[in-house]
Design a binder for this molecule. Structure first.
Ligand SMILES: C[S@@+](CC[C@H](N)C(=O)[O-])C[C@H]1O[C@@H](n2cnc3c(N)ncnc32)[C@H](O)[C@@H]1O
Length: 278
């Protein structure tokens, strides 16, 4: 049997080849196997780990060495103030997407019981974060993937959130006619030719990432129908790639949306475009 300390040391050295945070990854995976908090590893570094758990840990390290995302190995990911279940059926929520949540919350600051639509909800990250801050909001969250919707529903239950209706829909096709105060989406926006698709994101669902040759198919499909579902003075917020910050506000302007502009994330990259009806 090997001690916690020495398991961590070996794993850290191995993971340094694939991860920017080898120590953290090793600690997260070992505390996951031991079913303990990370602080336990510091307090009890001398303790010897039984063979079966050691084997389980080594298997996780092996998978991580093939660039498999840590969130899928752990089965959950923190987003906003929530802990979300993630499986290969959903995109792993990214910290950059919190900018969309922040911007959305600003836009509905003064509205009572705003009606909100989150298109392509995946794990439910955006809809759930907003619902957690605004229990009065009336939220619809949709996805084409029924497997993703099953995870989003589990996340609502896990986080005790009750003001979201989930619906399977190909963008707006199955959304009953109605007007929203706010439409949100972090759609797939990567070009099918993008070489990044060979990197670690290859483990995430293709339908969550790729959107035709230009990467704009989903954004075009959403914008095509959005106006019919927007209240007068409703906002639409769309997350997109760093290289789409000129195109998306332009597409919004062409549609007749007002105040269309792109917002940069905290790394200074174009991240999100917004526009208002009227
Ligand atoms: C980039 S992921 C975003 C997931 C989540 N909103 C987030 O920010 O973490 C895009 C989501 O759009 C969904 N999607 C792809 N094509 C769709 C379509 N035609 N209609 C509805 N949802 C779609 C995917 O299944 C995926 O869950």
């Amino acid at each position: 049997m090997t001690s916690i300390q020495s398991l961590l040391k070996t794993a850290r050295q191995q993971l340094a080849t694939v991860s920017d945070s080898p120590q953290l990854d090793a600690e997260l995976l070992l505390s996951h196997c031991l079913n303990k908090e990370r602080s336990y590893l510091y307090a009890w570094g001398e303790i010897r780990v039984e063979q079966a758990l050691q084997r389980q840990f080594n298997q996780l390290i092996e998978k991580r060495l093939s660039d498999y995302p840590i969130a899928y190995l752990l089965g959950h990911k923190a987003f906003w103030s929530l802990d979300l279940i993630v499986t290969e059926a959903v995109l792993i929520p990214r910290p950059e997407t919190e900018l969309l949540v922040e911007t959305a919350l600003e836009k509905i600051q003064t509205s009572k019981a705003p009606k909100i639509l989150d298109l392509g909800t995946g794990s439910g990250a955006i809809a759930l974060a907003i619902a957690s801050e605004r229990p009065d909001a009336i939220i619809t969250a949709s996805d084409y993937s029924d497997k993703a919707l099953a995870i989003a529903r589990q996340n609502a239950k896990k986080n005790n959130i009750h003001n979201i209706s989930f619906i399977q829909s190909d963008w707006f096709h199955q959304i009953p006619p109605q007007k929203f105060d706010l439409i949100l989406s972090n759609p797939p926006y990567i070009s099918s030719q993008d070489p990044h698709l060979q990197q670690s994101i290859r483990h995430e669902p293709l339908q969550a990432l790729v959107s035709g040759e230009t990467g704009l198919d989903a954004i075009n499909a959403i914008l095509d129908s959005a106006l019919h579902y927007m209240q007068h003075r409703a906002w639409i917020l769309i997350e997109h790639g760093y290289n789409q910050g000129d195109t998306v506000p332009l597409l919004m302007k062409k549609l007749g949306l007002q105040h269309s502009h792109c917002i940069k994330d905290y790394n200074g990259n174009n991240r999100l475009s917004i526009g208002r009806k009227g």
